[in-house]
Write a protein that binds this ligand. Sequence first.
Ligand code: AMP
Ligand code: GLY
Length: 421
Amino acid sequence: MKVLVIGSGGREHALIWKISQSSHVDTIFCAPGNAGVQNLAECIDIPGTDIGRLLNFAQKNNVDLTVVGPEIPLWYGIVDQFEKEGLKIFGPSAEATKLEGSKAFSKNFMKRKEIPTANFEIFKNLQNAKTYIYNQKTPLVVKADGLAAGKGAVVCHSHKEAQIALEEMMIKRIFGEAGKQVIIEECLVGQEVSVLAFSDGDHVVPLIPAQDHKAVYDDDLGPNTGGMGSYAPVPFVDQPMQDRIYEEILAPTVKGLKEDGIKYKGILYAGLMISADGPKVIEFNARFGDPETQSILPLLDFDLFNILMAVADESLAAQPLRIKNKFSTCVVMASGGYPGHYEKSKVIEGLDTDFGDDVVIFHAGTKLKDGQIVTNGGRVLGITACGDDLKQSIDSAYKAVKQIHFEGAFYRKDIGRKGLK
Ligand code: AMP
Ligand code: GLY
């Protein structure tokens, strides 16, 4: 079988790494890919947003299944267009992607279906939004409605901060059209976790919970990033809590969408706060998480290609998936200055070290230049290690991190620490 994976990050490298282990798969293409992906897949120079060319490529090359990594092609309707042409593709339709692409849609949906989430109000008018915040207790959260590359939510500790966030989104339009409408919501307290589940529109099959580390510095300080590291499974999300997440959030979401005439096919990613009153949804994403995927996939004890195909074919069995009895930790090495301005094209050394069987280096912002692997993005590598317990996986990941060097490289030193408590 031939598989086309769309995207260029660590998530896509991890997907390709796992798909390449399937005995059913002989050829993998990746558009556009990165230097790490090149060892496993043929990289083709088409951006994920050029749906016409991707469709053409898939038809000409007899691709059996296309797997979409990032949200933008989903939002632009890649799944609808491929399916219209009779091509198999893994991911939700544009309409179902509203769950991620419009926070107003997603919050209103949760409210109607009584899916637990933070209390909220939606505003299109700045003055009304300002009046509202000054009548609320702080902290509160101001969010742009649309896609903002994970940067559209601001936790505000004072009314003044909330007012500035509103003005930046609604007047300065720092997130463009995404800030035409804003959501102001209650600030939830607890531990954040990500639960990713496969759904074929009827059946929902969750993966093990993972925890991302969004802030750039240790102890969750500094601005938010795409994610500086992750680990799985999360010890404090025990089986009874996982059952609640399934019963109260994942299953009612797919069922509720179906009642509204929307078939949800793909990965349903629930970003959750485990609060004193139980799990609550912070946000939904319509795709695999990055870097959660890098820590989850090494633990899967089944053929990922089969499951992706079953989702695309709407024949997912409602059976739990086989997971290895291990832990996995992914530490992101980033370019100096990220998530702000950073330089590219720094030579990466140490990648050819023998790290042992439990370590995998997933590439994100890397490319080949004059025969050398150089940096090409903010998040550069995801150093991932498995271990019999969480501590062992953390120690192995950091041991590998120390072998890799590039100018300006930095990483968080506390990935996984919350799971050890
Ligand atoms: P989002 O863009 O909705 O994923 O939000 C980004 C980050 O902001 C989340 O990962 C949380 O850390 C934080 N956040 C968003 N909404 C809330 C909330 N209602 N309460 C507390 N923290 C939140
Ligand atoms: N890890 C956060 C995200 O994928 O959106």
